[in-house]
Design a protein around this ligand. Structure first.
Ligand SMILES: [Zn+2]
Length: 53
């Protein structure tokens, strides 16, 4: 794991386990008035998405 240059954060849905690189086209983005831009899982439509670095 260590030693990877150019690491792109990987985002993972905590609801269904869907994984894709952070910012990838796979993720849907929704605007939430109070929270701003959020990432939404395309698989289960959950916004409980965490980004790992
Ligand atoms: Zn999901």
């Amino acid at each position: 794991m260590a030693g990877e240059s150019a690491t792109i954060g990987c985002s993972r849905c905590r609801n269904c386990g869907f994984e894709a690189p952070g910012g990838a086209d796979e993720w849907q983005r929704i605007d939430v008035p109070k929270l701003g831009r959020m990432t939404q899982c395309p698989n289960c439509e959950s916004t409980d998405v965490i980004t790992q670095r």
